[in-house]
Design a protein. Structure first.
Length: 127
């Protein structure tokens, strides 16, 4: 099946069950093989201003994930990305994490991640 890094927007859409059937199946299969997220995604998820029930769902989801920290290799890749493309630092860190670990990035945010050399994107809305 391959290895995947899940972006914040895809987790949000998954937890709210707003993905199409193919996207839900994709995320389900990724979750069954231990989901991986960037530490940036963890921070973004925990910063949501939401009700207690949803926050608990988010915390439960995170507890099932492997959280990939910002390593020296991720920093180097992030710097290369930001020097070559106008992109926000959190998105650059997420992209760099996917590149360093050779993971496909599951995101609905194709626009911000477009044209990053070597980055493979999988949009759950197109599955």
């Amino acid at each position: 099946m391959g290895q995947y890094l899940i972006d914040t927007n895809s987790i949000s859409d998954y937890l709210s069950a707003s993905l199409p059937e193919g996207g839900l199946s994709l995320i389900d299969s990724v979750i069954n093989t231990i989901p991986k997220i960037s530490i940036i995604t963890q921070i973004e998820l925990l910063c949501w201003n939401t009700d207690d029930e949803t926050l608990q769902k988010v915390k439960d989801f995170i507890s099932d994930c492997i959280i990939l920290n910002i390593s020296t290799d991720v920093i180097s890749a992030c710097v290369r990305i930001r020097r070559g493309k106008k992109i926000k630092t959190p998105d650059a860190i997420i992209a760099a994490t996917a590149l360093v670990y050779n993971f496909k990035l599951i995101t609905n945010n194709e626009k911000d991640f477009a044209n990053i050399k070597g980055l493979k994107i999988l949009n759950p809305y197109k599955e």
